[in-house]
Design a protein around this ligand. Structure first.
Ligand SMILES: [Mg+2]
Length: 224
């Protein structure tokens, strides 16, 4: 296994526990638009998918444009996530372990920077994250499952793709990481492990507490 220089973390569902809120809101708003959608539907159809693709899909199903959906959804999302959003259990400790091992890390998300910053702030992680190490698909102009976002992050930080490890919780993120030529560790939380392995994940963890071991950087620390 090549040496790891850079760990690229997805944000939603990996660092911050925002996916439960956003999939519920998405299901609510799409249902209000006239297309009955459960939370399970929203996860199966839309998790890890760019919002513009979702709007197109809903519009095609309804036979009329659904563009207004974006503003309504985003308004409610920022209100809820700005008020409260937890870090994923084990995520702060995973960052500790990565830093203690001397590995570089960054965040690469399909979401806009405002959403990334909002959730990091609510979950208490803002001070851990250098804004220059946050990569938003909206700024790079490429969305997962395309590999371009991860490749841009790696290039910007001087890491070669084969020495990058991507940590993802969605099928589209796993596909993007493999297409970028990177190793992918998938965190099976909302999306089942079988789906993530089917998408090409190299390893699956059931908790972010397992990430250090999956990265091969787990140290047996002696308490002081
Ligand atoms: Mg995610």
């Amino acid at each position: 296994m090549p040496r790891t220089d850079l760990v690229i973390f997805d944000c939603d569902g990996v660092l911050v526990d925002s996916e439960r809120v956003t999939t519920r809101l998405l299901a609510e708003v799409i249902t209000e638009f006239g297309l009955p959608t459960t939370v399970e539907d929203a996860i199966a159809r839309y998790k890890g998918t760019d919002l513009s693709v979702i709007v197109e899909h809903v519009g095609a199903q309804l036979g009329r444009p659904a563009d207004e959906l974006v503003e309504i959804y985003r308004g409610r999302m920022y209100a809820e996530l700005g008020a409260a959003c937890d870090a994923c259990p084990g995520a702060p400790e995973a960052l500790d372990a990565v830093e203690a091992a001397g590995l570089g890390w960054c965040v690469a998300s399909n979401g806009p920077r405002k959403k990334i910053e909002t959730t990091l702030r609510s979950s208490g992680l803002t001070n851990r994250v250098d804004p220059a190490r946050v990569f938003s698909a909206y700024e790079v102009g490429v969305w997962k499952p395309e590999p371009g976002l991860f490749l841009a992050a790696a290039e910007s930080l001087g890491a070669s793709p084969e020495r990058c490890v991507v940590v993802e919780d969605s099928r589209s993120g796993v596909v993007a990481g493999k297409a970028a030529g990177m190793r992918v560790i998938a965190y099976a939380d909302i999306t089942p492990a079988a789906d993530l392995l089917d998408a090409g994940a190299d390893a699956v963890i059931a908790s972010m507490h397992e990430l250090a071991t999956a990265l091969g950087i787990q140290t047996d620390r002696v308490g002081v």
